[in-house]
Design a protein around this ligand. Structure first.
Ligand SMILES: C[S@@+](CC[C@H](N)C(=O)[O-])C[C@H]1O[C@@H](n2cnc3c(N)ncnc32)[C@H](O)[C@@H]1O
Ligand code: SF4
Ligand code: SF4
Length: 340
């Protein structure tokens, strides 16, 4: 069965066995176990604490003192994901290419026939192009035009993105630019849209989360959000769904969420969480399920729901996972357009 069909079939099974009331975002369900069918169809792994940049908005820990999941455990984890029915694995970090064994990890995913995406800042893409060949989608973060991107990510970052995109094209690696929408870039989105269209690459966006960083000056004002959405709605290379743009425009939270039900995230120290907000919310959620001494399937089965900061959660990766899970046609078509 192709990856897309296996994913769709998995989503149907989750819906057929759903405990509908618990999918709604009731705060009283925080920390409770889910009573319906769970299938870890998509898992995002932050493979490392390490990073070569210090971006202004970043919530990743970038803590060099903390050990990452050891290689042997990481490879076994990939086997366990495949056995548990995972179809898609996304790698993020820190900077995934900072992990010396990242090639072996990708190789293991390929041998398990997983659909693989990688999010990178681009700097190390030319050095590891060989390793990245065969990746289904390489997201490269671009947070502005040249001036804004370099201000957020450091001098030379935009050039590094251009070199990385060129290298990916020469090596046949599908690329999408990934932009965090924030106050700094709200007014250069048209220029970005033109640049990506000229380069012939896909574009995805996600709204900045400041709930745990306290950097509220990075939030988009209602006027800036309106201007941003007007540009995004007209951008031909945008692969983020209109459903997501409408969700941002509405200012209302999602109605249902499948975090910990059909998708989950793994932190670089080997702890499993339903979603990134849960990972950063130690007070309301605690430490997640550890994966260094228990297998993935057991940890996923035990993983409680998170229902604490859902009212302010606008991360596109999670929102789009929910739209796909509920068979939103446009989200499905957009996702098929960017994946091989
Ligand atoms: C944490 S980075 C890790 C991968 C890689 N280092 C990179 O920059 O692409 C993954 C994505 O999360 C985004 N990100 C970082 N901090 C964020 C925040 N506070 N809210 C939303 N997205 C954020 C980054 O811009 C990047 O696109
Ligand atoms: S490159 Fe990625 S992980 Fe590193 S600081 Fe920037 S956004 Fe965070
Ligand atoms: S924080 Fe977001 S992704 Fe996590 S459970 Fe709530 S709505 Fe879902």
């Amino acid at each position: 069965m192709s990856g897309a069909l296996a994913f769709g079939w998995g989503c149907l099974r989750v819906l057929a066995g759903a405990e509908t009331a618990q999918l709604s975002l009731h705060p009283e369900d925080n920390g409770r176990s889910y009573g319906g069918r769970k299938l870890p169809l998509a898992v995002t792994i932050s493979v490392t604490h390490r990073c070569n940049l210090h971006c202004a908005h970043c919530q990743a820990e970038n803590d060099l003192a903390k050990p990452d999941i050891p290689t042997e455990r990481m490879l076994a984890l990939i086997d366990e994901l495949a056995a548990a029915g995972t179809v898609r694995v996304g790698f993020t970090g820190g900077e995934p290419l900072m992990r010396p064994d990242f090639g072996a990890i990708l190789e293991r995913c390929r041998s398990r026939k997983l659909i693989v995406s990688v999010v990178s800042n681009g700097y190390l893409v030319p050095r590891y192009a060989e390793v990245l060949r065969g990746t289904d989608l390489l997201f490269m973060s671009v947070d502005g035009d040249r001036a804004v991107h370099d201000r957020i990510r450091g001098a030379g970052a935009f050039d590094a993105f251009l070199k990385a995109a060129d290298c990916a094209r020469r090596n046949g690696i599908p690329v999408a630019a990934l932009t965090t929408l924030m106050s700094y870039n709200a007014d250069c989105l048209q220029e970005m849209a033109d640049t990506f269209a000229r380069m012939g690459i896909h574009w995805m966006v996600s709204r900045v989360q400041t709930g745990f960083s306290g950097r509220s000056e990075q939030e988009l004002s209602p006027e800036a959000l309106e201007r941003a959405l007007a540009v995004l709605r007209q951008a031909p290379c945008l692969r983020t769904s209109r459903r997501y743009l409408d969700f941002l425009a509405s200012g209302r939270p999602l109605e249902r969420c499948y975090a910990g039900v059909s998708y989950a995230v793994i932190a670089p120290d080997g702890r499993l969480f339903p979603c990134f907000p849960a990972q950063f919310d130690h007070a309301a959620y605690g430490g997640g399920q550890e994966l260094l001494r228990q297998d993935f399937q057991t940890a996923f089965r035990k993983l409680p729901l998170y229902r604490a900061t859902c009212a302010t959660c606008t991360l596109a990766c999670h929102a789009e996972a929910n739209f796909l899970q509920e068979f939103n046609l446009e989200s499905i078509l957009q996702s098929l357009r960017i994946r091989r």
